[in-house]
Design a protein around this ligand. Sequence first.
Ligand SMILES: [Zn+2]
Length: 369
Amino acid sequence: MTLRTSPTIARGRPFLAVLAVLALLGACNGNDDAPTTASPEATGPANGQDEPDEVTEPDEPEPTEEPEPAVDPAEVGANELGRIPVLMYHRILPDGGGDYDNTPEEFRDELRRLHEEGYVPITTAELVSGHIDVPAGTTPVVLTFDDSTREQFGLTEDGEVVPDTAVAIMEELAEELDGFEPAGSFYVLRSLFGSSEERGRELLAELHARGYEIGNHTADHDNLGQLDASGVQRALAEGVANITAAIPDAEVRTLSYPLGIRPDDPTLVAEGEHDGITYTHEAGLLVGSGPSPAPFDAEFDPLAIPRIRSQPDWTPGDEPDYSSGFWLAWFQDNPEQRYVSDGDSDTISFPEALADQLHPDLVDRARPY
Ligand SMILES: [Zn+2]
């Protein structure tokens, strides 16, 4: 069941203006870090259309009673209009790679920290679904992995996940940490995990079978800002075809823009077709620069979701670098900005004072307190 909030609704609010100033990080992987200055759309309402999109109300089974949260939202400090970090990872390398990469130990430590601080991993598709199912009092965090590099996932000859890959580390921590469940979204290219075409497809199918989301990053890492309309449609359709070649029943629902660059005509992203291959994207991920608005926030634009570059070594007192280390500390200092779940994915709980922030189509699910 999918609730689609309008991809075109966007209102400027001060936070985004601040982000626009802060936004300064770009690039997509170690090989192609053409630093885009910031998420081009960080200021929000660039595409000024506001025709009402269809908003599908959640098809609840016979809603006879008003939904009630399972817990007292005030007691857990629920704020489902708060912000959600969407973290961006590239390679996990023993030497740490570049600014967009992490060592295995950094990645482990960051996941431990997220867990200790009450964050629960979800996928991008879950974020935009309108039903975020995490325990009361916790905050969702979206873990995203771009470029399908070998350091993200592989299998040994014995069928074990290759140690120190991103997937191995997440699955190890599931053993170590009470209540930690691996989840994340992989934005993959034609080149799959440093393997041959056939092996790469097997690995992709295995990753999908393990429950991770597989998303579009185009097959060839195309700069969508440099393509005409038919080129954009071709690139997006090829990205889908690349995935369905490995996983015929895959539903490719979300996109990570290569280099964080959107096409000149952003309306080409939500749905389209090329050469008989159709695509539909419910979400598009940018590069940089801060936490995402909640999907229930009127200013949430699902096709321009900001991400945070993982770089955990920022410590208070350092110059701001808008990395994960910076933003996790920022959430500690600004707890009222953080999305906190009421534990019920049907209701939307928040302090009454924030009521104006709620997307007007969602008032039926609202539980202000
Ligand atoms: Zn990339």
